[in-house]
Design a protein around this ligand. Structure first.
Ligand code: GUN
Ligand code: FE
Length: 477
């Protein structure tokens, strides 16, 4: 049951829109008209619909036939924004959410994570739990997820199937890991690791395309991290990715001090952690590197040169006590940066929580001696959660902001009290609508801030991917 747009049916949204443009600016559009075509792409974006315009005339002028569209008029206290992009999440670790936060990375992997992931060898377990997991992630407002599955082929194929059937945009990979893991959770050889990876790639490439006639779920090569990969495995992966330049790559880098130390011990001929991945040609424009807390200036330069992106995972970096990433420095070096929840290293599947923790990280880094970073404003946080993430996934031409021709991946946000979230105090009819019916830009900006810092799933009325409503709390359509 793949959600599709009804053939020939346009959807027209009328109401306030928040639209990121760069890391320093976003458009605040109190009265916007978004015309979504039958494929789920944005056909027209009228940023400032004159008050009192005859909708029928406007739509007629832009060629939307009478009776061939459904109209969604946003209510007061609602706005549209691009969907949230999670550039790093382990779908298989949701069962472990909120456990083990008193351990650091390498201990946590042994004591909590590998035992949790091992259970996905049973396909019945995967079939029971992955649908709930993906649903929860979608309802958190994530329209695109970069998923790590386990090392298991069958369970990860199933994860990809479930993601596709629910209509979420995603990357799905199975972990490559053939050393330094417990005997109950390790691949038997580099050969098996590569062959099962190829089978997963083929499976994902055969999934049905989106209503726009392009893949919705993409394969991603997932060497777990340098410590868990033999030189043979990395050599095999190098050959494979060289002949498949369009397949994305994801891995972890420089997350934790012990991890960095152990990596450099295992690869004595490499002078840096990034150097290890570069040696095996794993740094390129479609590579997503999670964490990057301890990257040196030289490594940042190398990563920028290769065009790879970093997934900033601040919730996880706090929860596992890993450290605080120098995100401003990464951006200044020209490295692409998006946000990741890194469940269950991170203790929430919500990108909203990652936004809050990214804000906190930037504030703490800004007061450290010799860092002198500026703390992040709302424009930067919005950028990291949307357009920045799209760039990290190399999907900036399709998603991350509203633009004619791009896919309509969006959230319909509700900051009213009737959302059921008493923490959000974003809508006050007496104040917000004091001046006639026109919503003021300052008020709309406040709604976004309230959503970012006190919002949760309850404030997301609709989650929309490629024009189709795939989740959310509220009414459909
Ligand atoms: N490094 C290697 N595996 C993992 C993982 O599952 N989570 C995190 N946060 N770091 C890792
Ligand atoms: Fe991770």
């Amino acid at each position: 049951n793949v959600p599709t747009v009804a053939p020939g049916k346009y959807t027209v949204y009328l109401g306030p829109v928040i639209n990121p443009t760069t890391s320093t600016h976003f458009d605040i559009l109190p009265n916007c008209l978004v015309v979504v075509d039958p494929k789920g792409n944005i056909e027209r974006l009228i940023e400032n619909l004159p008050h009192g315009s005859e909708l029928q005339n406007v739509l007629g002028q832009i060629g939307v036939p009478d009776g061939r569209y459904s109209l969604v008029v946003l209510e007061h206290g609602e706005f549209l924004m691009p969907g949230l992009i999670d550039t790093h999440i382990h779908a298989c670790q949701l069962p472990n959410l909120g456990l083990g936060g008193d351990h650091e990375l390498l201990d946590w992997l042994e004591k909590y994570t590998y035992p949790t992931e091992r259970r996905f060898s049973e396909i019945d377990y995967a079939a029971r739990i992955y649908p709930e997991i993906v649903e929860r992630i979608i309802n958190s407002g994530t329209t695109t997820s970069c998923y790590y599955g386990t090392l298991h082929l069958e369970a990860t194929k199933l994860l990809a199937d479930i993601v596709r059937s629910k209509g979420q945009r995603a990357f799905v990979g199975k972990c490559n890991m053939d050393r330094n893991c417990p005997s109950y959770y390790i691949e038997p050889s580099a050969h098996v690791s590569l062959e099962t990876t190829k089978l997963l790639v083929a499976h994902i490439q055969n999934l049905p395309q989106s209503s726009a006639g392009e893949p919705l779920v993409h394969p991603v090569i997932t060497p777990r991290f340098a410590i868990s990969c033999t030189e043979q495995l990395l050599t095999d992966l190098k050959k494979y990715v060289e002949t498949n330049p369009h397949i994305a790559i994801q891995t972890h880098i420089s997350e934790n001090q012990q991890e960095v130390k152990k990596t450099l011990e295992l690869f004595p001929d490499c002078t840096s952690y990034a150097g290890v991945y570069d040696k095996y040609k794993l740094l390129r424009s479609n590579t997503i590197l999670a964490h990057g807390v301890y990257l040196t200036d030289e490594e940042m330069k190398l990563i920028a040169q290769r065009g790879a992106g970093v997934s900033h995972c601040p919730a996880s970096n706090f929860y596992l006590g890993s450290g605080m990433a120098r995100v401003r420095k990464l951006l200044d070096h020209g490295v692409k940066v998006g946000l990741g929840t890194d469940v269950s290293g991170g203790n929430s599947p919500s990108v909203l929580y990652a936004i809050q923790m990214a804000s906190n990280t930037s504030k703490m880094v800004a007061i450290l001696p010799n860092e002198g970073g500026k703390k992040f404003d709302v424009a930067m946080l919005l950028y990291l959660a949307t357009l920045g993430g799209a760039e990290v996934c190399c999907l900036q031409d399709r998603i991350g902001s509203f633009k004619e021709g791009k896919a309509f991946d969006a959230l319909l946000v509700n900051v009213r009290d009737d959302s059921g979230n008493p923490a959000v105090w974003g809508y006050n009819p007496n104040r917000d609508l004091a001046e006639g019916d026109c919503l003021k830009k300052e008020v709309l900006k406040e709604w976004l801030e309230r959503f970012f810092f006190c919002g949760d799933d309850r404030n997301i009325r609709q989650v929309i991917v490629q024009g189709s409503v795939i989740g959310g709390q509220g009414r459909q359509g």
